[in-house]
Design a protein around this ligand. Structure first.
Ligand code: ZN
Length: 300
């Protein structure tokens, strides 16, 4: 494996807190973003432009998007055209458009079918908005909480329809944490073979404790962009029993000890995860924040 730089995209200000019953204040969210950025995160999903009636945790999306540090590559998650307009109005240069691979989950998540949602991409690529970076995340790319298995042929039909609109990046999301390392390698390699030029990203939930193994499988398959959330926080409000993402600091630890640089300071990431845990008022799943760094004395 080459010593390429690995980019970790922090998602705690969006995915990390959207499933929490306790609402963080705008000030706390901006502090979280600042702490993650100071730890070395350069690209971050800062919020999502969704209906505040459905996801009250994201009601202040417009303010959070306007006030993030200017040195940060901030991403806003969107589910539809309306979300896109709000993200652009808030001054963001990048959106992450979610398309769910299975019909039932797509309906529950964004009230439209999979291919109907993909068609919206056409309207996101027209002037004057064609300069907004458009990343696409395919949700439930490894399995659906309502329909069960999502076959490779179904996934590839969705990928093909998405790729028609030439996104800047393509992410596969294991929204409900059912993937295994073999699934990751298999699906990543098929997409790489079919579309060798698209940068690939993985969004992994640790619901069945396969998250970090899946991240490693992705890295071995050539993925250089991984989503993660401080403290292992996170979960989807529209998927039953959804739990957290892989923890940023756990991922940093594994990659660093494997000789793969991420540019993130492990101690600062651990501190930020502990700070987030305090704000949420309950323990979070991250492991390295509990066990501590290793070796103990060496600086990052
Ligand atoms: Zn997620």
């Amino acid at each position: 494996m080459s010593m390429d730089f690995l980019q970790i995209i922090e998602v705690s200000p969006r995915d990390g807190i959207q499933n929490e019953t306790k609402l963080l204040s705008t000030k706390q969210k901006l502090m979280l973003i600042r702490k993650a950025h100071e730890a070395g995160i350069t690209r971050m999903e800062v919020t999502s432009f969704v209906n505040p009636k459905r996801v009250p945790q994201m009601a202040d999306a417009d303010i959070v998007a306007q006030k993030h540090p200017q040195t940060l590559d901030a991403i806003g998650l969107i589910l539809n055209r309306r979300g896109f307009e709000r993200a652009v109005a808030a001054g963001l240069n990048e959106v992450n458009f979610v398309i769910v691979a299975s019909e039932t989950f797509s309906q529950r998540n964004q009230n439209t079918g999979t291919f109907e949602t993909i068609k919206i991409m056409e309207t996101l690529r027209t002037p004057p908005q064609q300069n907004i970076r458009l990343s696409v995340t395919i949700g439930a790319a490894f399995g659906c909480p309502f329909e069960g298995e999502v076959s490779i042929s179904r996934l590839m039909n969705v990928v093909e329809a998405v790729m028609f609109y030439q996104p800047d990046e393509l992410a596969l999301a294991d929204t409900i944490g059912v993937a295994t390392p073999r699934d990751i390698s298999e699906r990543i390699r098929i997409i790489q073979r079919t579309y060798p030029d698209i940068p690939l990203r993985l969004h992994l939930h640790n619901t069945r404790n396969t998250g970090i193994a899946n991240a490693w499988a992705g890295v071995e398959a050539g993925v250089r962009r991984l989503d993660a959330s401080l403290g292992g926080t996170g979960g989807c409000p529209f998927a039953p029993n959804a739990t957290g993402n892989i923890a940023t600091e756990d991922l940093v630890y594994m990659l660093k000890r494997s000789g793969l640089p991420t540019g993130i300071d492990l101690d600062a990431a651990i501190d930020a995860a502990k700070w987030l845990e305090e704000q949420l008022g309950h323990s979070v799943p991250g492991q390295v924040m509990k066990a501590g760094r290793f070796p103990m004395s060496q600086n990052c």
